[in-house]
Design a protein around this ligand. Sequence first.
Ligand SMILES: Cc1cc2nc3c(=O)[nH]c(=O)nc-3n(C[C@H](O)[C@H](O)[C@H](O)COP(=O)(O)OP(=O)(O)OC[C@H]3O[C@@H](n4cnc5c(N)ncnc54)[C@H](O)[C@@H]3O)c2cc1C
Length: 338
Amino acid sequence: MTNNSTTFEKLCLRNEPLANHSSYEIGGNANFVAMPETPEELLILLQGCKTHGLDYFFFGMGSNLLFPDKPKKDRLYISLKNYVHWEMKPDKWFIASGTPMSMLSVAGLTYNLPGLEFTYLLPGGLGAGIYMNAKYGPHQINDIIETVYYIDLSDPTLNIRSIPTAECLYGYKQSIFQQNPWIIVGADMVMKPVEPVEGADDLLNRWKKWERASSLPSFYEFMNIEAAALHSKGIIIPSSMTEIDNYRSGKRHFEYPSCGSVFKNNYDYGTAVGALVDRLDMKNIAHGGAMISPFHGNMILNHDHATAEDVKYLMNVIMEAVDKNFGFVPEPEVVVVD
Ligand SMILES: Cc1cc2nc3c(=O)[nH]c(=O)nc-3n(C[C@H](O)[C@H](O)[C@H](O)COP(=O)(O)OP(=O)(O)OC[C@H]3O[C@@H](n4cnc5c(N)ncnc54)[C@H](O)[C@@H]3O)c2cc1C
């Protein structure tokens, strides 16, 4: 066996529950799952897929996904959540795609880089945040990045290319990456440290050692510990971050497995999907182990060993009811993986 094929075998987990890689805690056992820690490992996996006749699906922390109950046999599911890395230099702050977005708010307080507070407790890695153009309130990920680095899977050289944010066709939960076979490797941030930052890796190392990166309670616990540690050092936690914590805790974001909002809001209609579900008195409706959240009409919770089919059933119930009563079919935000 060549070195690359040995590495490919080593990187692939076999018979691995996709539920372990999704904040929904849903998904059957996949024949192949891998979590590369570097772009080099990623390229070996892509090459290995070719050799073994596998197709692939890329994801991050699995916080906006619904994995299938029966994953495809000949598919490698590749999560970039272990590609956690940053380079903090005066002229550049590069962040690798697996780095949690919420880590940016903590780093912002630690290294005096304002403007990142909105990422606090926003689940998911930066790569997917760029792909989905993740947002909180009026702030979107495209506000804070300058250049995105990606691999174009249709380019046989698989070289890393770059694109400035201005060319990324950003809109509400939209980006150019959704229209192309491009894998986001990382990005340069708009804000940069004024001086090289000593010890900037400690924060990332603590996250790398933290287990269960896709579990919402575990993610919440980690970020809380980091914020409390900063507070105990005399760093003031901005009120915007406390408000985010209060809002998300109030909506029970981290208590039950979910994907956050299931549907995109329809800004032409003008009322949030959650409020429409509320008006139709549909909160608490359950099917199998899934339930429309009692706390937020646009969330479907895995409250008791739900299957992907249970969640899809409730999605259809909501889509039909909103169409019948308000005249439009809400567009899913969650990525339903086949
Ligand atoms: C409790 C909760 C609250 C949430 N609140 C918000 C919120 O306030 N605002 C918001 O915008 N979202 C929210 N979300 C959704 C989620 O946080 C974002 O969509 C986030 O960007 C997903 O990141 P991820 O790494 O988990 O992506 P995944 O779920 O793993 O993947 C999502 C999509 O991105 C693609 N993708 C992932 N990584 C890459 C990559 N490197 N290159 C190319 N494509 C890639 C995948 O193929 C998939 O299509 C919430 C989710 C939860 C569970």
